[in-house]
Design a protein around this ligand. Structure first.
Ligand SMILES: Cc1cc2nc3c(=O)[nH]c(=O)nc-3n(C[C@H](O)[C@H](O)[C@H](O)COP(=O)(O)O)c2cc1C
Length: 192
């Protein structure tokens, strides 16, 4: 039987890369995985690591070229490349663009192309301004057709009072529910 096609889009929340890579590996058991990376994720070396190393690991895990330009992302729509797509991690920057209908990166273009087919898009937030400047964008997207959230929590209410992080361990369950047209609940998790 053919595996469900999952597009895994990775944005520039660099501290989350070491968490999403092992999850991507696990996802290959049940999904035919294709990676998408924002230009910022694909090209920026940070204190959390080197972009080329992450790209190499993702290519090994998926066995495919990574989509990391707008031109490469465009066929996601017409060729119906994914049954379900996940932006994990999703930065505040990409959240804001998605809420406003902006498609100026490989990830936002892939999302726009995927959504035009009426297929589910899953978002895993990872941003310090989720309960600040981006709160309105999360609210907007929570209320948008075909968009689902990986359940999230405040990761450090005292130290980073406006930060939210999705529990990436719930990504697969969220995608499965999204494929059935359901939001995995509870969407707001308690303290760990
Ligand atoms: C070291 C480092 C870590 C960052 N971590 C995050 C993060 O966890 N969440 C976030 O929203 N932005 C984070 N940023 C900022 C984003 O990378 C930046 O907003 C970028 O424009 C995101 O682009 P993208 O959404 O196209 O990937 C970080 C930046 C740097 C340099």
């Amino acid at each position: 039987m053919q595996k469900t096609k999952l597009g895994l889009a990775i944005c520039g929340s660099y501290c989350t890369f070491d968490k999403i890579l092992p999850i991507a590996q696990i996802l290959t058991e049940n999904f035919d995985l294709t990676a998408v990376m924002s230009e910022n994720a694909a090209e920026t070396d940070t204190r959390f690591g080197c972009a080329e190393t992450v790209k190499k690991k993702l290519a090994e895990i998926t066995g495919k070229e990574i989509i990391c330009t707008i031109a490469d992302a465009e066929p996601v729509g017409p060729k119906k490349l994914f049954d379900v797509m996940a932006v994990a991690p999703c930065t505040g920057n990409t959240l804001a663009k998605l809420a406003c209908g902006i498609a100026d990166s490989a990830v936002t273009m892939a999302c726009k192309a995927h959504l035009r087919n009426g297929r589910p898009l899953v978002i895993a937030v990872s941003t310090n301004d989720a309960l600040g400047a981006n709160a309105k964008n999360i609210g907007e997207l929570l209320n948008r057709k075909n968009i689902y959230f990986v359940p999230f929590r405040q990761d450090d209410p005292q130290g980073k009072p406006t930060s939210l992080i999705s529990d990436l361990e719930l990504l697969e369950k969220t995608a499965a529910a999204a494929l059935e047209g359901r939001q995995l609940q509870p969407v707001i998790l308690g303290q760990k």
